[in-house]
Ligand binder design. Sequence first.
Ligand code: M6R
Length: 610
Amino acid sequence: MCGIIGYTGRRPAVPVVVEGLRSLEYRGYDSAGVSFVHRGSLRVIRSQGKLANLEERLVTEPVVTATCAMGHTRWATHGVPAERNAHPHASGDQTIAIVHNGIIENHQELKDELVKLGHVFYSETDTEVLVNLIAERRRSEPDLLHAFASALREAKGAYAVCMMHKDEPNTLYAARMSAPLIFGVGTGEHFVASDIPAFLPYTRQVVFLEDGEIVKADAGGYQLMHLSDLSEISRESQTILWDMQAARKGGYRHFMLKEIFEQPRVVTDCLTGRIPHGHEGVLLPELEHLPTPKRLHIVACGTSFHSGSWGRHLLEPWAGIPTQVEIASEFRYREATLLDAEDMVLVISQSGETADTLAALRSVRERGGKVIGLCNVVGSSIAREADAVIYTQAGPEISVASTKAMCSQMVMLALLALHWKGRKEGGAPGTPSVMEAVELLQSLPAILDDHMPAMRERAVELARAYSEATNFFYLGRGHCFPLACEGALKLKELSYIHAEGYAAGEMKHGPIALVDPAFPTFVLALNDALLPKVESNIKEIQARRGKVIALTNPGVDLPVDDRWDIPAMPAPFSAFVALPALQLFSYAMADYLGKDVDQPRNLAKSVTVE
Ligand code: M6R
């Protein structure tokens, strides 16, 4: 995890770096730090906690003159969140500083060697090992570049790393291996960062670094090289078309709320260009070179796993493709026994950088399997390494809790099911035709726009009424089961209230033992074929004096403690209306309880560790 940024140019560098860190804080916020050279000395300023703490420290620092600096915002992996473990880390001789995202797996072995050579360590981090290894190699290598490359060749694991030296105050060195790192090319200035928004106010020209590449830059130019032999690489920069406004809150109190309310726009954007006028089916040219799979494995984590689980309820009946959905951190260790030659793997990831999902993709491809990536972040590792990539068009998702990304993934999964259905002309009787499905998808933005303000009000009422609960069940059947799991995930990650999502029919096999008047159950009781079964499950809970909130549709007769009517849509399209209701309830609860909505404790937006 962690966010890194480096700047070299003509502007005062520390403010540029601090501003960049602000847009990277979603990657971690246990501590932050910056370094730069002042009057021939390396300055490293760090602070535990959020960026604001670092900014307070910087008030008394001589930061104005530096035109080259680097910064880091941390999500703790090695060592507790504390100032001593914050980045940048300096070598013992105070000549070199580095910021690092990733994990050096052989850090202990390297540290033992360095300790024998007299190096002293002050933190528990693998990063401090790496910076001292560079300093050690500097003794025998002709220059700093060779020392940097030599140390990195010895390091095993993942890193995006940026380095500066007190004797080269205007030069940045950076390298990438299995962790995101992007290089920004400005006019008389250069940037390295974990993500594009960190330097988007200054340049839209971007070079995507590949694994095993090093870049050396100062204000006047840069050299891109292979880490293995330092041979030069020539690569054109690409122009990024993102709008910076999209990465700001746009008048909402929190990014999460803004992103929930963006979902109607997200649906429209996902559909754009996919169903051209007069065209019979769904256009996915990204998949032209791949056959229709005989069997599909969907692999993802967290919210993306829930969208995959929902997508299965469309892919199987509509496209007739048997579909298994697996958590990436489990799949990656057993996929060899699962995959047949005609199987295909679909990895879903908003960030495109989730370590377990990326590792699953790589291991499938190493065995000759085909992987489709469904990603939001353009140019992310998964997007670049998959055999085909479909982008979800959600726009930048800043809130740590994923909302609009799930909506976009669901739209694309529906389109994927329709696309393959079109190719096979298959699907079970009674499933919608491509045109019926497309019309329903196209009707969603207006329905959502009309009803979301009222849904937000109801969410606030219910959150207040249930704010003292310390446990929740979320129940659903069929395609509503993954939604129930997502509702529970959102509540726990934002409000720190314990919540579990269950298939409604599973309750009586054990979990119902927990039900009592203080343990409410949030039931997805939408008006579809499974409603009678869900009603029975509601009665079972009520018989144990459990309180029930039912997310349902007008006209459904349900005697429950609290009902929440949302507009009716045929299943599975009803999921697009239920999803924002679940998100808004969790948002309202977290906000009412005074929690940090956009940056919940212990989490980070992009989970680039295994
Ligand atoms: O970027 P990804 O979609 O691969 O991320 C997967 C999960 O880390 C992510 O969905 C996580 O569960 C969110 N915090 C949920 O809100």
